[in-house]
Design a protein. Sequence first.
Length: 262
Amino acid sequence: MSEFTTTMPLLPFVGRVRTVPGDAPFRWLAAGWSDFRRSRGLSAAYAFVFVIAGLWLTAGLVAAGMEYLTVPLAAGFMLVGPALTVGFYAISRDLEANREPTLRGAYAAWRSNPEALFAMGVAMVLYLMVWLRFAALVFAVTFPDLGFDWERALAGTLFTGPGLWFLAIGVGVGAVMASVAFIVGAFSLPLMLDRKIGLTEAVATSAAAVARNPRAMAVWGGLVVLFVGAGLATWYIGLCITLPLIGHATWHAYRAVLPPAG
């Protein structure tokens, strides 16, 4: 009790975390879909920029002869995805307040708390770079003599001992890194957009909210992977729909778990 009392003045938002039922994520998705429809194409236009960026990065890897990093790049999208959805939070916030959202307002959303949001964005990009470097290192160690070829790489991964080790290590480490990114980014970004607080408090609040709602957040994490994965599987094009849907739904998740003061 004394420890809780000591930390409360430093992290006031942690004490406001609500407990939500396990089926709450489906209501968040429904609310997110409603926002997507109400935005009248604005959300899809905002997401299209990131689709182009994903295609451009993939083409760059292929041109550089680093095709083996295209799959880790797509998987790494799960790590930096939250940083790309700040504009969707701004659109949902405007709709919530009966204001007309604009594309300019979505792109300028980070200005509401620039230091904290910029720091979070940089941290997520560095996190992605660490993931890509790890994937390249494991591939080089596992297949030192394998010149990259999709057919040979697939066969080597699925039907050889080293390939299965490569797959197991990649999936295991990727799952851990994705879980950390999810815990840190689940609520910290909408919280920093909505209220001018620092990165440390936002991350601590997000972790506390996830810990207090393990069942709902497990369902939510699965839905995020499902929808973002479906968008990635269409060579990023589907992200024009799935990324806004998850972004808007995340805003409603934030409102449900961390309600406005008063």
